[in-house]
Design a protein around this ligand. Sequence first.
Ligand SMILES: [Zn+2]
Length: 147
Amino acid sequence: MAKRKATPQAWAGIRHFKPVDFQCQCGNCAGKDIPISMAVVKKLDAIQEATAVPIQIILGCRCQAAQDRKNGGKSISAHLPHGDEGEATAVDIICDTVQDRAKLLHAAFIQGFTFIGIGFNFLHLEIGPTTTKPRVWLYRHGKRVEG
Ligand SMILES: [Zn+2]
């Protein structure tokens, strides 16, 4: 995994979010690196700009320790730092009305999020691998269902 470059200036153009909004919430790694992909941040910022829906982030990055605790063992997630850049490539946001779902999904497609999960009260927005076709999945009993 490549070491990430610190890019504080990358946040200068972001209007609606701060790095802390994307940090792991486990309480053990706060204040350390926040390895969120700036491409995710920029797309989410553009979605906020394009919609009147006040976006609330549920989850940006998650550290491996927190991921392992949640799932009771090793597992993978786009919220973990991964890939060549060592970055998290997904964000979960609150979405719990039919109107917000329509607005946020429309904007998310325009922004080019290619892996989208629709939960009962949230959306998972992810930049999938460029080698994989776009996909949209649902959640049932907390588990991803691709159907
Ligand atoms: Zn953590």
